[in-house]
Ligand binder design. Sequence first.
Ligand SMILES: Cc1cc2nc3c(=O)[nH]c(=O)nc-3n(C[C@H](O)[C@H](O)[C@H](O)COP(=O)(O)OP(=O)(O)OC[C@H]3O[C@@H](n4cnc5c(N)ncnc54)[C@H](O)[C@@H]3O)c2cc1C
Length: 494
Amino acid sequence: MFRVVRTAAISAALLLALSGCVGDGKVPDRVIVVGSGLAGHAAAWAALDAGSEVLWIEKNKDLGGSTAIATGTFSAAGTRLQKAKGIEDSVELFAKDLNRIGKGKADQDLLMLYATKSAEVWEWFVDHGLEPSPQSPFIDPVHSPYSVPRTNTPVKNSAAEYCKVLQAAMKPLEAKLTVLKSTRVTDLIQYKGAVVGVKTQGPEGEKDYLGKAVILATGGFGSNFDLIASRLPKYAQLRSVTMPHAVGDGILMAEKAGARLVHMDYLVGYFGAIAEEGKKATGFGSLTSGFAERWKGDVWLSLEGKRFVNEDGDDEDPRETALDAIPEQTAIIVFDQAAVDRNGGFSKLPVRGFDQWLAKGYGVKKADTVEGLAEAFGLPVDAVRATIDQVNADAAAGTDPRFGKKENYPVSTPPFYGIKSYGTIFMTQGGVKTNTRMEVISTEGKPIRGLYAAGEVQGTAQWGGLGYAGGSGNTPPLVFGMEAGRNAARAPGY
Ligand SMILES: Cc1cc2nc3c(=O)[nH]c(=O)nc-3n(C[C@H](O)[C@H](O)[C@H](O)COP(=O)(O)OP(=O)(O)OC[C@H]3O[C@@H](n4cnc5c(N)ncnc54)[C@H](O)[C@@H]3O)c2cc1C
């Protein structure tokens, strides 16, 4: 007979209450998958494919998680598409690139698993009907470039395309699948240290479900601003484009169950976004990252009024790294009327709604003098003046000795414009420690029996280190989700 209790010291009354709640009896020989983004889809399919019953629980009313808004890049080394185009690539080269961008800080076993399995998983999608875009594989211009073209997208550049393929693959196996939507997992149920089920809140109220293994595929915490402020205060000013579900439920539940968390002191603020005063959530339309690629003659100032990076460099990583080091990960993008004319007018500005932002007077400001612009943003006027004087002197000399910008223009023709650009969260880097079987590791360094985690809940730094390599938000949840599903399906029952 199996009685479900918590591992923490438990009173007789609570033990009785829990026992009444979940009932006595055997734990069903099924895998419980929590979350239905890329990782949840991959895990549910793989567990079904390995012959297991699956109970799939999603707190949103629709399946898909972040794929509702995420684009579809997938990085893989050694694919048929690469070979057909004569591109030489290898797992070793992929791993080397990941370590260059991640500064060698990833878990090397997970990084190697990602690099090794990436092509196999990509080909699985292609063989199951995913149509690659004609330009695949390419060097993604938005992120730090890989040394060879390795990034793919589906024809329709949406991460939801991977879910469609996985759902079609699950169709013949659906007799073994139960899906609960609008049902939030609120806690893990443990017995003698092992995880044996979940507590939920759903349309039918509170219910407990038992299973031989639970896979957390609950995503990151980019929309939990209280958690960020309390655990990562350095990043309290970051804005976020992540979805409302991304509040770290799985990370907090795993921590409570004794899991070790990693990289919870690091968060990448991608460059950058305008945001309304007091609002942390923002949208794609307010992103300012296009300035690096598509606008010449802008200067980025820290809140101390100093330049901090080559604004036009073709590698995203130095910009992200530099942004991490400046106060509040916030920059003011400054340019003059000559830049507007040089770049083809306001219609060519790489941010949407410039006029509306200017009218609101918060994210965008205009002034007749550099000093007036500095004052409008509350920047130290003398520091800004000194920086712009240096920019103008560098432009006259045709050089940028500090940051190496190639095209240097003066900022001297009024009026002057400024855009407040916040570092912006797309995904979160800290999460639950796992091994390469996707078993969650305890604070004592041992696997917690019955508990698995895959996807952003692991934290992207665990497989990618301190930096962001293109496709490394989508590919690992798919690769590791499949690993978690397969391994959980093979877990011994109770
Ligand atoms: C705008 C945007 C664009 C992006 N573009 C790219 C890109 O081009 N390339 C790339 O590689 N990466 C990209 N990413 C990152 C990538 O999309 C994510 O890393 C990836 O989708 C995460 O997948 P996941 O399955 O781990 O989590 P998610 O997709 O976030 O799924 C988690 C799921 O778990 C559910 N859940 C959470 N808590 C509970 C609970 N307590 N009970 C039940 N269910 C729960 C959620 O509702 C959600 O459905 C982008 C991200 C964003 C936000």
